[in-house]
Design a protein around this ligand. Structure first.
Ligand code: ZN
Length: 233
């Protein structure tokens, strides 16, 4: 139909195509926003996204804390949260934008999300883990071909440090990391990652030095995630 219209009215084809592109772009953005909203709902329903006043392991204070293990506790919810990420990766693979045939998650947090995406993409999913010396490495007989394209998958990306350590182990084994995926991208503004990042939800962190914490300034008590004060975390 579009081709026929173009043939009848020379010149209008480009405008029509551009308009089509804009509509598709808008639809993609709307879909992405809807899927991000849904991922946030799933995180909240699973108590994987907590709002309050938290002391993070870095010593900084934050108004938000993620515990993706609570989302992964419900395989159907975790699968739904990662479904759109899987679809975007599938598109990138079929268009040739990305080329990988292995999914790797750094233990512990990355194992299950990597497995879910591996299953969704029809690719093997393995994991890296720390050795006795604490170095991220490939164990258990997992093997990588020289130059093999790899997708790294994490649960939460805050600084990208563990992806970096995972990538280092994969490079040492001959692998070639081409992209990164995660459930929650909570990087503060300005923290770069080395690869294209596919996230189910993007929720930049607000965190402060204790001395500058607005919640402390209001006299609100903080909790330390993982402590007994926080049931279920
Ligand atoms: Zn505080």
């Amino acid at each position: 139909m579009a081709f026929a219209a173009e043939a009848r009215q020379p010149g209008s084809g480009i405008a029509a195509r551009n308009c089509g592109k804009r509509v598709r772009k808008l639809r993609t953005r709307q879909h992405k926003e809807t899927s991000v909203q849904r991922s946030i709902e799933l995180l909240k329903e699973s108590q994987a996204m907590l709002e309050g006043h938290f002391l993070l392991s870095s010593g900084r204070h934050s108004d938000r804390y993620f515990q993706c293990a609570r989302l992964l506790e419900y395989p159907d919810r975790a699968e739904e949260a990662l479904m759109k990420v899987g679809a975007r990766l599938r598109d990138a693979l079929s268009s040739g934008e990305l080329s990988f045939d292995l999914v790797v998650g750094p233990a512990m947090g990355g194992i299950l999300p990597a497995w879910i995406l591996g299953r969704s993409l029809g690719l093997p999913a393995i994991f890296t883990e720390r050795d006795e010396a604490g170095k991220m490495s490939l164990r258990r007989g997992f093997e990588i071909r020289q130059g093999q394209g790899i997708l790294i998958v994490e649960d939460v990306i805050t600084t990208g440090k563990s992806s970096g350590e995972c990538a280092e182990a994969l490079r040492a084994a001959g692998g070639h990391v081409v992209a990164l995926a995660c459930i929650v991208d909570r990087r503060a503004e300005g923290i770069p990652v080395e690869w294209p990042l596919y996230a189910a939800a993007t929720l930049p962190a607000s965190s402060w030095d204790a001395a500058e914490c607005p919640l402390c300034a209001r006299g609100e008590a903080f909790v330390k995630p993982g402590s007994r004060k926080m049931p279920g975390v």
